[in-house]
Design a protein around this ligand. Sequence first.
Ligand code: NFS
Length: 677
Amino acid sequence: MDVKDRSVDPAAQQVLLYAQKAGVATAWDRYQALQPLCGFGELGVCCAVCFMGPCRIDPFGEGAQVGVCGANADLIVARNLARAVASGAAAHSDHGREVVGVLREASNDGSASGYSVVNAAKLRTLASEWGIAELGRSAREIAGDLARAMTAEFGQQEGILKPLLRAPEGQRTRWAALGIAPRGIDREIVELLHRSHHGVESEPIALLRAAMRAALADGWGGSMIATDVQDVLFGGPQAIRSRANLGVLEERQVNLLVHGHEPALSEMLVHASRDAEMLALARQAGAEGINIAGICCTANEVLMRQGMPVAGNYLHQELAVLTGAVDLLVVDVQCVMPSLPTIAACHHTRVVATSAKAHIPGAEPIVFEPHRAREIAREIVKRAVEAFTRRDPSRVRIPREKADLVAGFTNENLPHYLGGRFRSGYRPLVDAIAAGRVRGAVAVVGCNTPKITQDRHHLTLVRRLLAEDVLVVQTGCSAIASAKAGLLRPEAALEHAGPGLREVCEAVGIPPVLHVGSCVDNSRILSVCVALVAEGGIGNDLSELPIAAAAPEAMSEKAITIGFYAVASGIFTAFMPVPRVAGSRVVREYLEGTVEQDTGGKFLFTDDVEQAVQGILAHIDRKRKTLKLAPMMYQSGVPVDAGVVPRSLVEYETPRGLESLGCGKAQTRSQAGAPKD
Ligand code: NFS
C-alpha cells in the first residue's frame, strides 16, 4: 500500500517509508495482514457472550438466523454494541475516579505528592454546586470534601448524578420520561454488562436505551468529573500557543514522550523537566535541554495547560518511536499499542508503563502512586537522560513538519475570548448564528484508524464545514489532526472559512477551529451547549440548537460511548466508519431514526465523509428553519481539497544497521504477512 494511502500527513508518510525499508511492521501493516476482516464480525452478527458459541448469523438469510440460545441478529448486534458502550464508559469514568483520588491526595496534610489545588476559584464554584461548606475553610479542607462527594457518585445507587442537574430542563425531562437518567456511574455500567449477559435483556431497543444511560453516566458523570477535577488540580486552561507534529522532537534535547490519558503524572513530569537539578543532569549528558512532547489525549492535557508540544495523534505513536529521537516513552492507560516495546527495540528508546492496570510486556514498570508522584517523575526523567546517552545520532530521522497552533479553549474562558472583557459572554456567537453569519457549530472528535487514511476524514470534514460557515470545536486525536494541518491557527479563518465565519473569527480574534481538550473534555462541549441554551435565542434545549457532532475516524469503544451520550443528549452525530451495526435493521433504524423521538438526537453511520458533511449541514439547516433564524448571509461552500496535504515525499535512506537489528521481528502474524509495497 502506498504510504499516501496510509496517511495524508507528510511527516507520517516519511516515517512510514523509513519503516518499510527497515522492515518494521506498524499498525497499518498489521491491519493489512488481517485482511479480509471477518464479515460476520464487521456486521456485528458474531456473538461470543457465552461459551456455547461463538454463534454467527448468516446475513444472507440462508444459514442460521439465531444463535444456540435463540438470540437473533438484532439482539446480537445490540448486545455487542451495548458491551462496547459499557467498556468505553468504564474507561473514561475510571480515569475520572483516578483523578478524584489525586484530589483526595492533594487535600492530605503533609503529603509528599507535590499536588495542590491550583485553581481555587473553580474549587469554590464546584463546592457551591456540590453543596460543600466553604466559609472559613481552607482549599485543602474543601478539596477533601469535594473528593469524597465525587467518589460517592461512582457508587451511588439511587437518585441521579449531581452534574446531570447542569443539563437543560428539556434533556432532563426526556431522560426521566425514558428512564435513562443515570443513578450512579458504576451502577449503570454494571447494569449494562448484566443486561447484555446471555439470557438477560432480550429486547434490542431496551438494551440500546440502557446503553444510553451508561453513556450519559460517562458524559455527564465520569468525564465531566474528570475535567472539573483536572482543572482544579492543574489549572483551568487558557488560550495557549504551541506546535504539533513529529517535527517537535528535538535533535539536541532529551525527548521524553508522554502517551495515554490521565494527566496526573504527565503534569508532574513537565515540572520535573523544568527542575534545575534535572536540567543540569541533562546538560552533563550532553543534551541542551529536556523536551516533553505528547501523543493522544495526554498530549492534549499537557498542551492545554502547559503549552507542551504535540508529537501526534493515535497512529503517530509508533511513528514517533521510529524516528529514533525518542529517548523515553511513558505510558499509562488507553490507546497504548502493545507493539510499542517491540518498535522501541529498534532504537535506544525506553518504554515505561506506569499504570497498575496496564502491564505491557517489554516495558519497564514504574507504578504510579499519587503520594510519590514527584519522586516517580524525577526517576523517569533520569531514565530518559540515561537513554539519551545511548542515542545514536546517525540513526535519528526527525521529519521537519510542525505546525503552529492555538489551543486551550474551554466553556469557562470562551465567553471572554468571544466578548472581550466588557462584553464577556456567548452573545456575540449566538447573534452571529441567529443573523446567518455562522451557520452553526459542530464538534469533530475522536480517533484515527488504519481503516481510513490517517487524518483524511478529519481534515476533509473540518475544511468542508469551515467553508460552509460552521464553527468547529475539537477534542482528542481529531483536534491533533487539525493541529498538524495548521487549522488551529487564527490564520486558518482566512484560508478555509466561509465569509461569514471569517468575519466573526477576525472580529473576535479566534481560530475557526477551537481546540477544547482531550476526550474527557467532550464534557466541556456539553457545557458550551448548555451555555448556548442559557444565552437564549437559538434553542431551548440541546436538541433545538443548530449544532451537530462527528467522529470521522473512530476506533475506540470510548468513541461509540461518546456518540451514545451525544445522541442521548439530543445531538445529531455522524459516526465513521460504520460501527458493527450493519447486521441489524432494527438497531440501525432505531439509532439512525426513531431514537430522535426519544432524545431529539440521532446517529448517521457512514463510510462516506461527503455524506457526513451533507447530513450535518441538512440537520443544521433544519434546526435553523425550525427556529426561524435568518437565512445565511453569504453563499458559501467553496469546494475544498480532499484533505491531502500536497507536499512531496522526502525519501529517507535506511539508517545504518537497522536491518541487522531485525527490527520488529518479535511481531508475530503481522510481520509474516506484512505487505511488500
Ligand atoms: Ni479518544 Fe483519547 Fe485518541 Fe481516540 Fe484514543 S487518545 S480518549 S479514544 S485514539 S481520540
